[in-house]
Each structure stands twice: as C-alpha cells, then as structure tokens.
Design a protein around this ligand. Sequence first.
Ligand code: NAI
Length: 719
Amino acid sequence: MARYTRTKGSIALITLTNPPVNALSSVVRGGVVEAVARAFEDRQVKAVVLCGDNGKFSGGADIREFAKPMSGPPLVPMIHAIEMGEKPVVAAIEGLAFGGGLELALGCHYRIAHAKAHLGLPEVTLGLLPAAGGTQRLPRLTGIPAALDLITTGRHISAREALKLGIVDQITEGNAVDAAVELALSVIGQPLSPRRLSTRSPPPLADLDSFFDAALAQVKRRSRGAMAPVACVKAVRAAAELPYSQGMQCERELMDTLFTSGQARALQYCFFAQRAAGKWSLPNGAQWNTSRPRAVQTAGVIGLGTMGRGIVVSLVKAGIAVVAVETEKKLLDLGRKLVKGILERDAQRRGVTPPLHLVTFTLSLQPLREVDLVIEAVFEDMELKKRIFSELSRVCKPNTLLCTNTSGLDVDEIASVTDRPPLVVGMHFFAPAHIMKLLEVVCGSRSSPEAIATAMTLGKRMGKVSVAVGNCPGFVGNRMLKLYMDQAYFLLEEGASPEQVDQALEEFGFAMGIFKVGDLSGLDVGWRVRKASGLIGPDVDPKFPSRMRQGRRYSPLLDLLCEQGRWGQKSGRGWYLYDSAGGKEARPDPEIRSFLQEFRLRYGITARRIDAQEVVERCVFALANEGFRVLEDGMAARPEDIDMVYVFGYGWPQHRGGPMFHAAQVGLPRVLQRLEFYYRENPDVPHLQPSTLLRRLVAAGSPPIQQWKQHTGNLHSQL
Ligand code: NAI
C-alpha cells in the first residue's frame, strides 16, 4: 500500500509501504495511483514527496508476482501520470532504489538520495530489462554510455556515483525525506517541462552505429548466449534513435520476448535457489539452519599457497582478524606480500583503507591458541593434513572449529585424528578464493549442526554462496565435474578437436570451454596426483596405457599430453598453443591434431564427425546424470543446491539455471532418451547409464524440480 500524509501545509507525502523492501506489488501500485491522484486533485497540495517506509525507497518489482497473471495498475502509465502531473514530485531515496523503484524515481521531477543509498537497474540479472521506461528515461538523463553500462550490467551504484552521473540532484547525510520536503517547497511554481525526462532528447553521441556495434559485441562476449543484455542494448539504442513513444514500444516488445523466454525463468530460478541454499535442512525434517551459528571474530589459516592467500583476503574483508601460518620464512614473506597486494588493490578500488592490521603472519601454530576457527589449506596430502589436525587438537582451545579446504579428501578421516570430530567440517573454497563465490560446506558424519551452521554463516559473511554438501570423493562439484571432463576426453578420442568441443560449450554459454579451463589451471596438477598414487606407474606403459580401468573406459589422453611437457598456459603449450609460457591467447595447435590422429591410429579408433549437439548433450547430460546420483546418495539436500554449485563454482551460464534446471527445461524424458542412446553407443562408459532417480522422475511424469527430492524414496541422505 501507500500511506498518504500532509506536511508543511502544502506537501503531500506518499510513503510506499510493503516490507521488507517496499516492492512494487499490485497493492502498492494501486495505493500509489490513488495517492498521487489525491495529491494532484487537492488544491492545497503544491508539491509531492515520494518515499519508502523503513528507510528504503523501493527494491522494485515483486518477483513473486512474475509467475501470476498481471493484476493492479501497471507501472508504465502510473509513472507517466506522475511525470506529466502539474505538481512537482520529488523522490526521497533512502536505502535503495532498484529496478522499478528507480524507474519510478526517474518519473519524478527531482531526486534526492541519502549518502548511503544504493541505486541500480538489476533487471538484466533476472533475464529482463527495465521495462517501466528505464531504458528510455535513463539515457535521456545520464547520456547513452553511462545508461548502457548500468542497464546492461545491472550493477548497483552508490548515491555518490548517482550524483556524479546526474541520476540524483542532491545527496544528503541527514534525513532524505526532510531534505526532499525542503526541496519540494523550494521548487513550487517552477516550470516542470525541463524536468520531464521523457520529453528530452538524450545528449547526442557521434557515430551511433559503431558505438552500438561495439556495445553489442561487448555484451555478447561478456555473457555468451544470454538474451537480456542484447535486448538491453537494443532498447537503449531505441532511446538514442527514436522518439520516446516509439522507444517505449520497442522496450515493451523486447520485454515481452524476454519475459516468456526460458532464460528469464532460469535466472529467476537462480535468484531464489541462491537464497534457498542458505536454508539447508535434513531430509528427516530436522532444520539444521535453526542451529545457532557461533560468533567468529578470529580465525587461523594454515598454508599461504594459491588457496590460503585468497581465504585470508576474504576473511579479512569480512572484518575477521586472521593469523596466517606458513612453514618457512621465504614462503611466509611471499604470502604476506601477495595478500597485502590484493588487499591494497581492492581497498584502492573501493576508496577505503586496506585492513592490513587484521592479519598477522607466523611460522608457528602456537598463535592459533585463541582463535575461534581454523581453515587448513596445505597440500592435498592426507597424512600431512592428519598431522596438522592432531597438532591443532593440542594447540587450539577446546571449542575452536577446525575446517579443511580439501578439494576431495575424506573429511571424516581427517576428523578422526582430532579430539573434537563434531567441530570438524570441510570449507571447500574455489580458486581464486577471494573472487569465486562458491563455498561447499562439507558435512562430515560427525560434524555438529552448530559447526555446519557456523561455517555456512561465515561463508555468507565472506560474500560467498554457501552450499551444504555431503562427504564423498570430490564432494558435489568435483564429483560431477569428473564425468563431464571424461566425456570431453572421449569426444577427442572419437574424432573431435579441443577447439570444436570448447566452441560448442562456449556457444552453450560456458564462459570458457573445458580445454581452455584445463590449460589455464594447469594440466599437470591431476597428472602428478595420479602419478603419485601409482595410477601412472612403472607397471603402466606410459606410451601405450590401457583405455580400460576397473572395467570401465578411461581416457589416457591427458596423461600422454602431460608426459610431453604440455601442461597448459604455464608451459606455453597444452590443449592449445600460447605465445610463450604464461601466455593467455589460445591458438589451435597442429601438433595436437597429429597427437590425436596418432592416438586414434594406435588404438584403432576411426575418427568420426561429431557435431555441437553431441558435444553439449554428452557433456551436459552426463553432468546432470551424476547430479541425480548425488541426490540419490543424499550428498546434496536439493537439486537447487547442485545448480548453485555449478553456477557459482564452475562458470555454468546462469541463464541456463544450472545442470539440473537445464535437464528439467530440456525435458526429463528427452534427457533420459539421449542418455540411453549414448549409453548404447558407449557401453563401456557406465556413467552414461541413466540414473535411477531420473528414471523414477520420468515414470512419475516429470514433476517440477522442487518435488524431485520426494522421489529419492528410501535412499538415505548423508547430509
Ligand atoms: P599450494 O601448493 O598452492 O599451497 C599449499 C601451501 O601450504 C604451500 O604454500 C605450503 O608451503 C603450505 N604448507 C604445507 N605444509 C604446511 C604446514 N605444515 N604448515 C603451514 N603451511 C604448510 O596448494 P593450494 O592449491 O593452495 O591447495 C591447498 C588446498 O586447497 C589443497 O588441499 C587443495 O586440494 C585445496 N584446493 C585447491 C584448489 C585449487 O584450485 N588450487 C581449489 C580448492 C581446494
């Protein structure tokens, strides 16, 4: 609803009231239309101030209404009526003005914001565009480049940046509503036409064609296959070239297309799935998230390698004091230098002082005595980790939580050497840990709900999307990834090239194809682990290894490649060729073609033509198939959690929702049929065999994703 009051005699104050963020639901819109009409009719009212309850202007549309038929007055004519009114309307922006909220403010004649407010048009992140005139009014106010940036990225800006861009007329450190009332009083009687954005022309821009061509190319590069950013560019282009009314029509048509697209549904699904991930529960009904997390004020990080450094940075940025431990002075100094560098660059970008005082660096575990929580990030070596955890049991106070960043070792085995298995959990970050948003919180069989709650909450505080997962090899993300990668190698063996596979995956929407990712992260890492564990040992012919292992097909391609010293970008050659060691520009390498030809010849494989559809289906359906198994095994509480793991940890395109959502969108019967087909073609790849849960779901008529867990039957959750 909207509250109507009078102040200072001649000012009508209209307050949007819909907690928590004053979303513009049908009831609120109805209230605003009524209140504005009343203010315009009342002859004693000379100006209007529009604000939001509880220190928040408006968070925009009510996403929950998207799935329902439209009711209540639409936003576009409502905003138009405000703009065309004969009395000045001032928007008092406190807290936030996002999406429809900002569009409403743009229809007002003046805008004033509190210094701490944030503004933005995030529709693109939900697969939409600002369709209440935002794409038409903002370019007329800020100029085309700035509007295009905000609309195509959906980024939030501070009130200060909004002032610089001209989006608000003033900012205030005091009460924004009081300041808006003052402003309203001061502009009574002044002409309103220059303040009506829809009647203005955007500031001219030279060479529109090349500007928009470049903009289009940029958004396509940034978000492959996503429709919304492209539609945003087209809508802003309409603002630049067409009169307002035609621009609005274009905005509406583009919105209609987006609104009914699968992409918008996928992005909205992600929006809710991300929020749901924090509300984990046990399938037996016990709500773990009702356990109170412990307060974490101090933490220890052991190991300042690739992962440890990023973890230290994330903790410190969350305001947590950190003791960082290394083995030798040289490595400690290097760690200190790199952590300091990241914190300084970050602080500079944000215009704040780097919180360097929060980290201490040491060569001893003793200073960990008093910390609330420790995260271990040493080499992936069980014996080493066990040694450290038993030492930590002795050093740390009895209630310190002990966490491991292992990417796949058994958390229970690590916990078993401590004096406190209930306080041991996995906190699996992704590289680079200060940037990647995913945190898998690995629940050991004895981890206490309180310990899990603490790790989940800490992750959130560090700006991560925390997902609770079970303790199985590779946990959720890496367990599924293995099967996806296997398919990619098999495709090479059968006739594809790395660039062909990567191109198909990139066209599907992955930021980077799987072979480019391998080159970037270093192909030799897994190879060394396999070597160390005897999988590629003296008893295995390095030149002609078996393609079968434990009765199933195994691809030795990667190991053969690594034997040649092709380790990826770091060695200047991997699946691609680079200008030099450390080079970034991937070029197809004729040597790889011969390498693959030779491989096929040696093993008697006749290369066949493989199209993009097969590449995507085999990689992506294999991934989803293992996702179903993860659900069967109770290693994830919900399919939504698996999807969040992939979206935030593995570059899965958000506009496709995640592997499980994608499977549902393609249609489970089709996924089943294609898996059956590929399994028939590749009977030596058991993982292509459709999972029991997938079969059950298809038999049950493919229920919506939210009901899948009910079909895991009597299979027990490990969470
Ligand atoms: P890294 O080799 O870059 O760093 C490990 C660091 O631990 C080294 O600096 C080493 O000196 C230090 N260290 C070894 N023993 C120590 C001890 N007793 N006390 C203190 N420091 C010690 O390894 P990285 O990549 O950072 O991996 C660390 C852990 O994180 C591993 O368990 C790994 O599986 C896991 N992980 C790695 C990811 C990656 O992409 N690199 C992703 C997610 C998890």
